[in-house]
Write a protein that binds this ligand. Sequence first.
Ligand code: 5AD
Ligand code: SF4
Length: 580
Amino acid sequence: MGKRVFESLPDMSKARNRVRAPELVYENIQVSPELASFAKGKGYFIKTFGCQANVRDEEIMGGYLVKAGYHRVEEEKDADLVIINTCAVRENAEDKVYGEIGKCKQHHLRDKDFILAVCGCMMQEEGVAEKITKSYPYVNLIFGTHNTHKLLDLLSEHIARKKDIINVESFPGDIIENLPSERLDRHSAFVNIAYGCDKFCTYCIVPYTRGRERSRPLKEIIKECQELVDEGYQQITLLGQNVNSYGKDLHDGTNFATVLEEVAKLGIPRLRFMTSHPWDFSDDMLEVIAKYPNIMNCIHLPVQSGSSEVLRIMGRRYTREQYLDLVKRIRAKIPGVAITTDIIVGFPGETQEQFEETLSLCEEVRYDSAFTFIYSPRKGTPAAKMKDDVTRETKLERFNRLLKVIEETTDEASARLVGKTVLVLADGPSKKDPSVLSGYSEGSKLVNFKGPAYLTGEIVEVKIVENHCHYLVGELLEDPLLLKAKSLKKALGEEPALKEFLELEAKIGASEELRSLRKQIEEAQRKMVRLANDQEAYLLAKNEYMALMNRYQGDPLILNRNAVKEEAETLLRKVAEELS
Ligand code: 5AD
Ligand code: SF4
């Protein structure tokens, strides 16, 4: 037997066909003693490409690795295990992945124990795993989107058998709960509400790489969100390829409006969601968004094309008119809402007139911003087999024309904010200038403003003074120190350990009995010092002192105060670390 074991390879037809209902599996992580001793003290680094679903997968894989004994390192060169988490949505995303695998060769040659794993959407495509094993023989593990939760088993197997393992399963997917997680951001969190996609737009590979649509149980979503609220998170983004299809597979009446409302009620300061499909965007959803101020007025509503004919061939299930009508409905219900989108140019056979329709739709909607893409054929999707007579030059030219229109409306939306005050969740110091903080407004505009790093994670009022189209420059309205002090006072005041500690301290201070005991203890200490040269008298004084001390320490108020003190101290230490 060779160095490599092919346990399973992807089959896109299996990904498409649902042969059984998804299973709901509650994870119970077991770390083998061999893996625990192997991983102890070792560092891991995950390089993620693609969308938020992949970022969340990175956090979950991190959770597993930490359970095994690994720790996260900031740079690839310091890692004993590198995982490349891939994206398959367009060809250029794939090219970057090959570059990244290539970069790891030196690391492999330098360190014989180094492990390189490649996982994610691209691995679910037929032929990719074989290509990687041939061109990059130093890759040790290949797995797909359906077995990220088997990461520790795969690692154990690789270590025990000293073989490289290729295991990519193709099936419509299960739902795994109780997943571990090492979140990458302490203030803003992603929460999956549904996995996969059932829409099968003809250009898109996602339904094949991430399986069919399946919704997480509402109670599990709420549990995860409640934990985030309790941990002091400021923002939750609910994730799904089509959040508004949530619940269709549950058949119990729960829908996305229910999820939004239940999560909003938990009191998270900012609630976002993505992505919404225009096809099943309900009025119930709009009602809930309009009702709760903590649901951000910002909707990502991919249009893909402005031509009804192209939309039909794309399998999008709506026409240009229906889309425009939805935009009107949204704007009527949620005044000031920011609408963003995704657009593909150069879809097979797209005519000049059809492209012009995309431009005119963008001019009409006037998006706050948009992600624009040149169509990229994805093997195994219906569009990849369609005749395409649009030349590369024409596609590029259309892309540039579209970009210009999008820039114009983005600039217009940004310009409207100049002179206004917006609320910004500070993400942290900017990479270019550490004295500048950046963050996003409620309408998802990037805002830079001068401010100290300790405001990271705070929602602050910023007055917009300059428009740079893709970002805005603003000024903090309040003194930063005062802002932080207020926020700490509020946050700490709600901490049960600190609250109890302060209450007990106040009671101890007010107790006559304890005050008198403290006086007697001080007196006994002075007596001991006075009698230090007379051993017999000294011992008597010391006994007197000890008896008083025991009485003091045994008082229920003192006992309770000491019990919570440690917890309160840990909390304050954490705050101090955060500030430093
Ligand atoms: N080519 C170009 N863009 C694509 N997208 C998805 N598939 C393709 C493809 N084959 C874009 C869509 C989608 C976004 C995430 O990526 O606009 O909304
Ligand atoms: Fe892809 Fe369409 Fe599903 Fe979005 S809705 S993930 S574009 S198939």
